[in-house]
Ligand binder design. Structure first.
Ligand code: ADP
Ligand code: ZN
Length: 532
């Protein structure tokens, strides 16, 4: 056991480092700047807490999360590490005590709220100390490319210079490649170790479905919700109106549907939140206002009913699926007109804020998101690239996303068209020469391995398995429509079988049109393989 591992065991009671920790700690101890991007829970704090026990001077941690500071300090004290926090929530007395301990050089680690950097007197005190390491927690807050820019953070660069450039460690759970570059620059990191790891989510099947209308999106969503019998479903929408529309649409047949957006009262929101966490809600439609601090492990499906404004936001939201490590699906329903909603948000921002640069940034982030929709390679890899997670990219394609799942492109294209499906239905009935009823024909179209079907050589039928991506109810509905519309007829009472009518023949011979005579909204759209 080397010295560092001994320290780990002695101070923290852990027997081994987690991926990435050792590299960051080695860099920090050799006075090299470092940036570590690791998801929440991976153990970022250890990357400076362990060095704090070894370094000769003070480890100064800038953190915006005052609520968490005290917990951290208490945990450190329990491990015999001299730590304290300094923020506006302290009483005068408590503050004096921290200052005294600092003056007496008794502290190894100090947590500091960013707004404290403006207090001259406190800065003077810090300058008189030996700061061995400056840690910037939630470092993405320094970048305007990130989702949580905090102007206070811009003072960190100055603080660092005034402290005569101690080595700096930047930590965050989320930073795109752009944010990473930005924070390295703003913190003046010199040849930093860049460690990005842990962004791969091997149990998430990512997919995008292009829809031709809002009705189609609703129809797909409705079917998905019906098909997912276990676990919780989250549906993200861009606007409050869409949230309520979706909830109403789904709620008609399902009482365990809820919704959440910033327009609800505090009380209402808390109630929804509690019901969701307690498992009383099966489906929740929400804006991005929902999700912070959600720790529900059995979310099986996250649907984006509208396109989000950035890929980072998107990944954060789908990241709430499958926390238990079990397979989960993430489906983005994309209708090209939805982009208008995001463009509207950008226009509003342009009106409200004077910063043209911000508007440009929003446009770029939206374009990144649109590029993701049409990306032709593995979606998981595309996202890892967006976060510069080289370590995880090495695992290769995810084999789960809609780009990885081997599809039969031509057949897929065919399957997208209900009229083509209707033709295939009639053709299959014709091929079977009156032997089967609706149920068997549906099985045939879906490529079922049922004994009866295989025994009569159904695999040889050209339509066999052609509509494997369609659900049973959707195909059954289509069959019923074809009967109602006079393309097929039912024969026999005890064992009703299907046959093709004269009208149906015309369709097969390319002489007659297929008229299903139903509104677009009831179009049974095909399921995608990745989640079908
Ligand atoms: P993050 O800041 O990345 O969200 P934390 O630093 O809060 O994560 O650590 C998450 C949990 O992992 C904590 O309970 C911490 O004690 C634990 N942890 C960190 N490093 C290790 C390790 N090497 N072995 C075991 N547990 C660890
Ligand atoms: Zn993939």
């Amino acid at each position: 056991m080397d010295d560092l591992t001994k320290q780990l065991a002695q101070h923290f009671g852990f027997s081994a480092f987690r991926p990435g920790q050792r590299e960051v700690i080695d860099a920090v101890l050799s006075r090299r700047d470092a940036m570590a991007v690791m998801p929440t829970g991976q153990g970022k704090s250890l990357c400076y807490q362990l060095p704090a026990t070894i370094l000769p001077g003070l480890t100064l941690v800038i953190s915006p999360l005052i609520a968490l500071m005290q917990d951290q300090v208490n945990a450190l004290k329990a491990r015999n590490i001299a730590a304290a926090a300094f923020h506006s929530g302290l009483t005068e007395q408590e503050r004096d005590r921290v200052v005294l301990h600092l003056k007496l050089r008794r502290l190894q680690l100090l947590y500091l709220a960013p707004e404290r950097m403006q207090h001259e007197r406190f800065l003077r005190l810090l300058r008189s100390l030996w700061v061995s390491l400056l840690v910037v927690d939630e470092a993405h807050c320094i970048s305007q490319w990130g989702h949580d820019f905090r102007p206070d953070y811009l003072n960190i660069g100055r603080l660092r210079r005034e402290l005569e450039n101690p080595p700096c460690l930047a930590l965050t759970a989320t930073a795109t490649a752009r944010v990473q570059a930005d924070l390295c620059e703003r913190l003046s990191l010199h040849d930093p170790l860049r460690l990005v790891t842990g962004f791969r989510r091997p149990n998430l099947a990512l997919s995008v479905r292009l829809c031709r209308s809002r009705q189609e999106k609703l129809a797909v969503l409705e079917r998905m919700v019906r098909e997912y019998e276990t676990g919780t479903i989250l549906v993200y929408c861009a606007t409050r109106r869409a949230v309520e529309e979706v909830a109403t649409c789904l709620g008609r047949s399902d009482p365990s549907v809820g919704y959440y957006h910033a327009g609800l009262s505090d009380e209402e929101r808390r109630a929804v939140h509690d019901r969701f966490c307690a498992g009383a809600l099966r489906v929740l439609a929400a804006t991005n206002a929902f999700g912070m601090g959600i720790d529900k492990s059995d979310v099986r499906l996250v649907v984006h009913f509208d396109i989000p404004g950035s890929l980072e936001a998107y990944y954060q939201e789908v990241g709430r699926a499958g926390r238990d490590g079990q397979p989960a699906s993430c489906l983005l329903l994309f209708h090209k007109r939805d982009v208008a909603t995001q463009e509207y948000f950008i226009q509003q921002a342009a009106k409200e804020s004077s910063s043209a640069a911000r508007v440009e940034r929003m446009k770029t982030l939206l374009q990144d998101m649109l590029d993701y929709v049409s990306v032709q390679t593995c979606r998981q890899l595309a996202i890892l690239e967006y976060f510069s997670d080289e370590a995880e990219r090495a695992f290769g394609p995810c084999r789960l996303c809609d780009r990885c799942v081997v599809t039969r492109p031509v057949r897929e294209a065919v399957a997208d068209d209900e009229v083509a499906c209707a033709r295939a239905f009639v053709a299959a009935v014709s091929w079977c020469r009156g032997r089967f009823g609706v149920t068997r024909i549906v099985e045939l179209l879906r490529g079922s391995r049922s004994k009866v079907l295989l025994a009569c050589g159904a695999e040889a039928c050209p339509e066999y398995g052609l509509y494997h991506a369609w659900s049973k109810p959707a195909l059954t509905r289509l069959g019923t429509t074809l009967i109602d519309r006079g393309y097929l007829r039912v024969e026999g009472e005890e064992y009703p079988t299907l046959d093709v009518t004269k009208r149906g023949r015309e369709v097969l011979e390319g002489m007659g049109p297929v008229e299903l005579g139903r509104a677009e909204s009831s179009t049974p759209a095909p399921t995608n393989q990745a989640w079908g």
